[in-house]
Design a protein around this ligand. Structure first.
Ligand code: NAI
Ligand code: 2PC
Length: 307
């Protein structure tokens, strides 16, 4: 290994990464994902190892982006039960290499990048797919992604009302207080009449039902990254126009897609590129799984700002 690999802490990531810059960069990254041959992006679907005794997962997420001269890999641990012990459920590091000779350049803390880039990508989807002039935002979950989604959504639209539901009401109340929102006792109360809904839980079973959803609403489905987990009622998946971050990943990793047998209308990047329509007047779901290019681009932004 190179004698001195730069290390970037989460505090540094937080101090230099801003949603205002990250959201447009994620939009560009997603369009590259949907034109991989032209954009020179090589990104296999992540490899996941299950750690049975702890019910945890290790994901390995490499990517090479030729025209960005960017070579990186994220290592991600997802231990959903950690949160019950007040421990983070996700830990991540992003290794950035010199694409010319393969030498390691930097090791960047991936926790904050995962938190922010995921919400930034959902913000891009929301910009294109939410009904016009959305007023009510619903967040289901009260963890790390719930918080970042509250913040990122408000960078796109000035929602009048933000509703938060969590299986633990005290946690919903805490986040609602911090975000100047309303804590809801049930998921139904949170999503009824909502224009934009974010499902950001570690639930392996559906938490919302089709009959609760307003026609034309937009849903960012961010949890359920396993092929046998689903967060969204299959009837919603069947009724909605479904966008994904990556088709290759969705048909392998997303229980929401696999178990519902929902048709994928297109990738977010295809919609950004104009190859697919943004059907904002219909019920839409953006199924997010998380991609290495998002981490690599965010890590590069951090490195560029700390050099
Ligand atoms: N698509 C993407 O790129 C990414 C997706 N994720 C996923 O988003 C979800 C949330 O992640 P974080 O906020 O970081 O996790 P977290 O551990 O901070 O929060 C998890 C939330 O889910 C709730 N929850 C857990 N089990 C539940 C159940 N059975 N029913 C209802 N609620 C339940 C918890 O109470 C908590 O509010 C996870 O599924 C995670 O894997 C996380 C990062 C990136
Ligand atoms: O892309 C990512 O970092 C993740 N996807 C699901 C859990 C974390």
């Amino acid at each position: 290994m190179a004698a001195c690999v730069k290390q970037i802490s989460s505090a540094t990531v937080m101090s230099v990464l801003k949603y205002e810059d990250l959201i447009p960069e994620m939009e560009k990254a997603m369009s590259k994902v949907s034109s991989m041959a032209e954009s020179g992006v090589d990104q296999p679907v992540r490899t996941v190892v299950k750690i049975k005794p702890a019910d945890g997962y290790l994901g390995v997420m490499p990517v090479y982006s030729q025209y960005d001269n960017l070579l990186a890999a994220k290592l991600l641990c997802f231990y959903p039960h950690n949160s019950l012990q007040q421990e983070p459920s996700h830990y991540a590091i992003i290794m950035v290499f010199d694409a010319k000779n393969g030498a390691p350049k930097a090791m960047v803390d991936g926790d904050k990048i995962t938190e922010m880039r995921t919400a930034a990508v959902s913000a891009v989807a929301t910009k294109y797919l939410s009904p016009a002039d959305p007023q009510v935002l619903a967040i289901l979950g009260s963890g790390v992604q719930a918080r970042s989604h509250c913040i990122a959504m408000r960078k796109i639209y000035p929602f009048k009302e933000v509703r938060i539901w969590s299986r633990n009401f005290a946690n919903a109340e805490k986040l609602a207080k911090e975000m100047n929102g309303l804590a809801c006792k049930t998921a139904e109360e949170a999503v009824s009449g909502a224009d934009v809904i974010n499902t950001v839980t570690s639930s392996p079973i559906p938490i919302i039902k089709l009959e609760w959803i307003k026609p034309g609403a937009h849903i960012n489905a961010v949890g359920a990254c396993r092929y046998d987990w689903n967060e969204i009622d299959p009837a919603i998946m069947q009724a909605a126009v479904v966008y994904v971050d990556s088709k290759d990943a969705a048909v392998k990793e997303s229980g929401d897609i696999i178990m519902s047998k929902a048709e994928i209308y297109g990738e977010l990047g295809e919609m950004i590129l104009g190859v697919k329509e943004a059907k904002r007047d219909q019920l839409t779901v953006f199924k997010s799984l998380g991609l290495a290019i998002q981490d690599a681009v965010a890590a590069k932004m951090v490195l560029d700002r700390t050099e």
